[in-house]
Design a protein around this ligand. Structure first.
Ligand SMILES: *Cc1c(COP(=O)(O)O)cnc(C)c1O
Ligand SMILES: [Zn+2]
Length: 485
């Protein structure tokens, strides 16, 4: 077996990939696009058949390789494919699409926020990805794989489709627009259930944007029917190549903490459950290869308005029954999903995670809408850029602390899954006490922040700029009670 040793070159080692069905265990070769098992309709995870070959290199060698690649100037290794061998090692360098995704910063909580919460923690700002959410990680992998398929099969047109709570479509449209022919992007959105910012993204990227009444779960069913019966490429997280790309979040987090993940607690919002699947899978691979020696603990977080996974795990073992829920409006709108596609993946990986890391290694926490909003507003007031789902993670951390599920000796890493700007409308409702009653959010008046108009429109009219500047300055001095120097 030949491992290229330099961390500055694109690797030459290739592994064969297979889909493994979590329903019946059937396996299918990874060289065609499959979403669910043709035999039992189960969801897949992708496996490298040659994974054991990777064990001929020890953990320290892997760590050194990945650390070395941090300085590589090979474009294809600058994003999520820094961890090429652990992701999709059948791709060639020319297939890899890189738009600056991944390697997002981990920012320690500001001192005031840390004291308010009661233990040190950090945000990993996945909103600093190109389309401003973690979905880019999965899309970079899915689109690289699509390019690989197009090249091998000489396809001349591929229509990519996805249903979305907003961010999947933004990411899919962006990558499709960048790659161009033969790829074309179509996105299906639940009408009125994505934010204006999220809607503007696929429009700007030139995708065909189709809206349907209902919620995400309804759109998802439509897309599934399309993918089963027509020639389209599905880009929801049923597409296991997206899961692989999203594993990069785990690799980056481990690398940032010097591969010492023992005392870490990761908080991850659960919607369709693809992200938490990927993160668990990533840590398990690193443990298997000796890259890390201890698993972190993973806390999934769900709003009480969309909490099927929490409900499942809240029941005692032996009495757990999977039951989708009907969602109600949630400020964590990107996670407002009642029938998560990846639930079987979560159950499968959580079992391995707790077998290897102890029963406390995987838990799910429920939070209220009020807690989510309060937490997001608080975090951003102290210098963070959390979206509502990032607020959900902080709310989850506070509840975990209160319930004694986490100690002050541990270090929490919260996933700010998107940029706060995408969810500016919820901040607006908070500051202006404008939440429709179904959200059940009452803002704390002390936290409201509004712009103040200092002078009326007429104050500018008919004046030279010098005169207006004097007037404007006077108004500011008056408002701030400024002292002369
Ligand atoms: C998609 C999304 C989620 C939910 O992630 P899943 O993988 O569906 O569980 C959470 N936050 C944001 C911002 C998202 O876009
Ligand atoms: Zn099956």
């Amino acid at each position: 077996m030949d491992f290229p040793s330099s961390s500055h070159q694109f690797p030459t080692w290739r592994g064969r990939m297979e889909y493994v069905c979590l329903g019946c265990g059937a396996r299918y070769p990874g060289d065609s696009l499959l979403y669910t098992c043709p035999q039992c309709k189960g969801v897949f995870l992708l496996e490298s058949l040659d994974f054991d070959q990777l064990k001929t290199r020890n953990g320290a060698e892997w760590r050194a390789l990945f650390d070395g690649r941090a300085g590589s100037r090979v474009t294809a290794l600058r994003g999520i494919f820094r961890y090429y061998e652990l992701l999709a090692p059948l791709l060639e360098e020319e297939d890899i699409v890189y738009l600056g995704e991944g390697l997002t910063p981990i920012v320690e909580a500001s001192p005031v926020l840390r004291n308010a919460v009661g233990l040190p923690f950090a945000y990993k700002n996945d909103g600093q990805n190109p389309s401003a959410s973690f979905k880019d990680r999965g899309m970079a992998c899915a689109f690289s794989y699509l390019k690989w398929l197009c090249r091998r099969n000489a396809w001349d047109e591929v229509l990519t489709v996805c249903a979305s709570t907003g961010d999947t479509s933004a990411a899919a449209a962006l990558y499709a627009a960048y790659v161009g022919a033969p790829l074309k992007s179509v996105v299906l959105l639940p009408y009125g259930k994505v934010t204006p910012q999220q809607l503007s993204q696929p429009l700007g990227s030139g995708a065909t944007v189709l809206e349907l009444p209902g919620v995400f779960d309804d759109c998802m069913k439509v897309v599934e029917l399309l993918a089963e019966n027509y020639r389209v490429a599905l880009l929801n997280s049923k597409n296991s190549w997206r899961i692989l790309g999203q594993e990069s979040y785990a690799y980056e987090t481990a690398q940032w903490y010097g591969w010492d993940t023992g005392g870490l607690c990761l908080f991850v919002p659960i919607g369709n459950a693809g992200n938490i699947t990927a993160i668990m899978s990533g840590f398990l691979k690193m443990l298997d290869l000796g890259i890390i020696s201890q698993l972190p603990r993973i806390f999934g977080v769900q709003s009480e308005h969309a909490d099927p996974v929490w409900r499942y795990y809240a029941a005692p073992e032996g009495q757990r029954q999977w039951q989708p829920v009907t969602v109600s409006p949630s400020v964590a709108q990107a996670a407002m999903i009642g029938n998560p596609v990846s639930f079987p993946r979560v159950r499968h990986l959580a079992e391995r995670f707790t077998a290897l890391g102890g029963e406390k290694a995987f838990q799910v926490i429920q939070v209220t809408e009020q807690q989510i909003m309060d937490a997001m507003i608080l975090a951003n007031r102290y210098g963070h850029i959390a979206c509502t789902q990032g607020g959900e993670c902080l709310a989850g951390l506070c509840n975990a602390l209160e319930q004694g599920l986490i100690s002050t000796e541990e270090h929490a890493v919260l996933d700010a899954t998107a940029h706060s700007l995408k969810f500016a409308g919820f901040q607006d409702m908070y500051f202006n006490d404008g939440f429709p009653p179904e959200y059940g959010v009452t803002p704390e008046p002390g936290l409201a922040n509004r712009p103040e108009l200092l002078l009326p429109e007429e104050a500018r009219q008919g004046k030279e700029v010098v005169e207006f500047a004097r007037l404007g300055a006077e108004a500011v001095v008056e408002r701030l009670k400024l002292q002369k120097k």
